[in-house]
Design a protein around this ligand. Structure first.
Ligand code: ATP
Length: 137
């Protein structure tokens, strides 16, 4: 088994989808290793999305991700990173497959309800950004 990192983004939390999204995640075979509701500061969001700092949407992304509470979680499952990306669907909800979390809950390319790590290495970095070792079981 291995692990991935996810955030229910501010739009998903604001719209009251936290419970439904967590239910869908656990029903899809992911075990919750760590879980918390938190809010990123502007500086936190800038650091978390540093890899996108040259992209045209970076400012908008930072503003969006820091505008309200998120729910951060570490998830465990065989093939966790790839299977979770399949479960959430395409970045743009217009392209997301039927039954995916983004198809069900995302509103736009930017406000797309959930984040999922894109590699094992980034899953470990992103988990450590939000959780200490004593918060992951
Ligand atoms: P995530 O990293 O959140 O799981 P992703 O890997 O599907 O998403 P990336 O291309 O890494 O997508 O972009 C990171 C995030 O930046 C997207 O989830 C979305 O919130 C935002 N984003 C991406 N492209 C755009 C865009 N063209 N306009 C506005 N926001 C965007």
């Amino acid at each position: 088994t291995n692990r991935t990192f996810t955030m229910i983004k501010p739009d998903g939390v604001e719209d009251g989808h936290t419970g439904a999204i967590l239910d869908k995640i656990t029903a899809s075979g992911f075990r919750i290793v760590a879980l918390k509701k938190t809010q990123m500061t502007v500086a936190d969001a800038q650091a978390f999305y540093e890899v996108h700092s040259e992209r045209p949407f970076y400012g908008e992304l930072v503003e969006f991700m820091s505008r309200g509470p998120i729910v951060a979680a570490v998830l465990e499952k065989e093939n966790a990173v790839a299977d979770f990306r399949t479960l959430i669907g395409a970045t743009n909800p217009a392209d997301a497959a039927e039954g995916t979390i983004r198809k069900m809950f995302a509103k736009s390319m930017g406000e797309n309800a959930v984040h999922g790590s894109d590699s094992d290495e980034n899953a470990a970095i992103e988990s450590a950004f939000h959780f200490s070792g004593r918060e992951m079981f």
